[in-house]
Each structure stands twice: as C-alpha cells, then as structure tokens.
Design a protein around this ligand. Structure first.
Ligand code: SF4
Ligand code: SF4
Length: 430
C-alpha cells in the first residue's frame, strides 16, 4: 500500500466535496458513550475496542477535524485531529471494508442517532478515490461492468440455463405453453435475478417462474441486464455504481415494462430502489418493488392459491439488513410465511433489531476476511439453533450464501430457502 500526497488529497477531497449537513452532523456528534459497542456483531464477537463502531466514527471524524476545523488545523491533539497517512489508511481499509457489514444495527443503538453505516460508506468512498478498494470486491464490480453481470456469465450460458429451466417448468406444469420469457417487450414486469441463481441456484428461478405461471403474469427477463446486484454501492465507487444502476434503468425502458421487480437480494434492492434515484439524479416513472412484496400481493389478492398444510416442519426467518432495517420491508415476508407454513417461529431478536448474518457489506466477495466473517456469523448460528427450526427462510441470495456456509461450519443441520422457493412448494392449482 503506497499512500502519496496525491492519494491523500483525493481522499480528503471527498470530505470537502461531501460537506453537507448530514455528513457534518454525523462527523461532529459522537459523545463517546460507548453504547454502540454491544450492537455490533464484530465487537460482540471479538470483545476488543478496535471493533467498537465509535472507533470507525473517530477514524473519519479525526480526519475531518484535522483538515477542516480551526482547532484541528492548529492544535490537533486537543481534538484528536489526525493527518491522513499510511497507517490510518491501512486501518480504514481494515475497518471500513473488513470489519463492517454496513448493517446499520449500530445506528439504531447510538444514543444520539449517528448514522455510523453512512460514515463507513463515506470512508469507503474516500478509499475508492484513493485507489484502495480491495481487489477481491473490485473484481466483482469489474465483472459487472465488463460482462453485464457480477459473475461474468456469458449470454449463451445464461440462455441455455433458462431454456433448460423452461423445459422443466413445462414438464412440472404439464403445459407445453409454460414459459420463462426472455426479452419480451411491453410486459407488466421486468424481473431481475441475482447472478448466483443461474450460476449456482437455478431452482430459485424455477420457483419464481412457477409463481408467475400460477399468477398468469405478463413478465420477462432481459438477457442484456438481469443482474439485480450493484457492488459499486459497497465499494464506494459512485461512478461505477451509477453505470450499473443506469443499465437496469435503461433496460426497463427498452423492454417497456410497467414495473421492475427486484429479486430476493437485500443490497440489490437497496442499491436500486432506494439509492439509484440519488445516483441517477431522477425519480423513476415506473413502479419498483421487491419480489417479496409482489408475492405477498399475489397471495393477498388470491392470484395464487397456497396450502400451508403442505409444510409442517418448523420454519424460521432471517431478516436481511438491507431489506428490513435499512429498507423497511418487514411485514410482507411474515405475512407470506403465515400463509405457506404451519409452524413459523421468530428468531430473537428479529426485524429491525436482527443481527446481520455476517455476509453483508460485500464481505462474501472479500475472501481475505473469510475467517472473520465465519466468526461473526456464530451469533446468527446460535440464533438459528435456539429456534429449533429445520428450515431457515431468507429473502436474500447473499444471506442464503452466508447461511449455507454457517450451516456447514456450525453443523446446524437446517435447510436454507428463499421466499420464492417456500411459496412455490405451497402452490395449489385452482
Ligand atoms: S454497521 Fe453493523 S457491522 Fe458496521 S459498525 Fe455498525 S453494527 Fe457494526
Ligand atoms: S453510541 Fe453513538 S455517540 Fe455513543 S459512542 Fe457510539 S457512535 Fe458515539
């Protein structure tokens, strides 16, 4: 890692350019009460002051004070103001990328409401400007930019997978006209996918196709842009996050869809539905919803019929931070589970106070932090074990991935499923 004067200037310029009231309030408010410590899975796991969320706040506010306040510029030690140098740049990379899932749980518990995850993201934006994004997560963004999806799946491979799944759907539905439509235009719904689905978990695509079939929906998938994820949101490279968001926006227009449905992906939903209007500097003139909300509506309005007695095993629910705490989609998945299973039990805590599974913030894309990631996941493993559930449902493919790894690492002996999968199994015909 080489930190030059030019690198430092580029990092500090982020604080200068971002001087808005939200950033300034968050940078100037920490009273060092320490209440945020017990909210963070990193501190709860390692019990070391290095992992207290306030340390992350201090890391960035000490720079702000040094470069932008009178006392910090002239008597830095009085206000803990610090120069940006090689040592704290290294710490920033380790803490902002390697020890924060940007889950936002600390925000809830901060005595004065500091948006700590927002400061971590600001720190990541600084590091992006300094050229310090870890190569592992950057390669995910590069794949998206260069191939249109974060796994670098070729169009040919993708179409082959979808055609194979379509044949299976025809067999299952006993209907030669059953389809998984590709590139249809003038449809109600443009549906997205997490590239992990065509690559590793195609059955979740089948599950959603079965739901669309039962609902008699007019829908399609675009072969050009189906990727719901946006790792540019996590790397802090706003320019690249904007390119990715713009592609999805353009594809809704090209396809002429009335509504964009975001697949089960917490950060993808957040990055497009709630953050993209900021990147793109415009609001959307089409509806954007998550598949969880859509499925809940299908059940509520009777467009699909389900039988909860088909599944009697105990089921619990993991709340993805980006969808629930940060996005407010909380009731729909609970409504769905009450309709499709007979024995649903909540984890403790749950909802907006739920613990991160450990895989958020791009952690799964940064193999150098794998050991830390599995350790902080123990809290989630304990939560799951305490429910005695046999199935864990979560509306996020990223969480699915982390939970599957926790399942094997902590020998939980559970099945991990998406909402679409559990609903598809409960569907009954008219
Ligand atoms: S956002 Fe989550 S992981 Fe990051 S410091 Fe806060 S509680 Fe810890
Ligand atoms: S709870 Fe808030 S004010 Fe207290 S130490 Fe943590 S960040 Fe600072």
């Amino acid at each position: 890692m080489s930190v030059t004067t030019e690198t430092i200037n580029r990092g500090i310029a982020v604080l200068e350019n971002f001087q808005d009231s939200k950033l300034l309030t968050n940078l100037n408010s920490c009273v060092h009460c320490g209440l945020c410590a017990e909210s963070c899975v990193y501190y709860l796991t390692f019990k070391h002051p290095y992992y207290v969320p306030a340390k992350k706040v201090d890391l960035i506010s000490s720079l702000y004070k040094r470069y932008f306040t009178f006392i910090g510029k002239n008597i830095p030690f009085l206000v803990n103001a610090k120069d940006l140098n090689e040592e704290n740049t290294k710490e920033m990379v380790d803490l902002f990328f390697g020890a924060c899932t940007m889950c936002g749980r600390c925000n809830l518990h901060c005595s004065i409401g500091i948006d700590i995850a927002f400061l971590v993201r600001t720190g990541r934006i600084m590091l992006a400007q300094m050229g310090m994004i870890p190569a592992t997560i950057q390669s995910t963004v590069d794949a998206s930019i260069n191939s249109g999806n974060n796994m670098g799946i070729t169009t040919e491979e993708f179409v082959d997978t979808i055609k194979w799944l379509e044949d299976e759907l025809k067999d299952e539905m006993n209907d030669e006209n059953a389809r998984i439509p590709l590139n249809d235009s003038n449809v109600n719904i443009l549906y997205t996918l997490n590239p992990r689905e065509p690559k590793f978990f195609p059955l979740s695509i089948s599950a959603m196709a079965k739901i669309f079939y039962a609902a008699k929906e007019s829908w399609t998938i675009s072969t050009k842009m189906y990727d719901v994820t946006n790792y540019g949101f996590f790397t802090g490279n706003v320019k690249e996050a904007t390119i990715i968001a713009n592609r999805l926006f353009d594809e809704v227009k090209n396809i002429d869809a009335k509504e964009l449905i975001l697949a089960e992906c917490g950060h993808g939903s957040r990055a497009f539905r709630w953050e993209a209007p900021n990147y793109l500097k415009q609001s959307f003139d089409f509806d954007t919803n998550t598949s969880v909300e859509l499925i809940a509506e299908y059940i509520r309005t009777g467009r699909i019929k389900v039988d909860k007695t088909k599944l009697t095993q105990k089921v619990t629910l993991h709340d993805p931070c980006n969808l629930v705490r940060n996005g407010g989609v909380f009731k729909e998945q609970r409504y769905i589970l009450e309709q499709v299973v007979t024995d649903f039990v909540e984890m403790t805590p749950n909802g907006i106070d739920n613990y991160c599974c450990g895989g958020g913030g791009g952690q799964l894309a940064m193999s150098e932090y794998n050991e830390r990631r599995m350790k902080i996941g123990e809290r989630k493993a304990i939560q799951i074990r305490n429910t005695n559930a046999k199935i864990v449902v979560t509306p996020c493919h990223n969480c699915v991935d982390q939970l599957m790894q926790l399942n094997s690492y902590y020998k939980l002996n559970v099945q991990i499923k998406t909402i679409a999968e559990i609903v598809a199994d409960a569907i009954i015909s008219d």
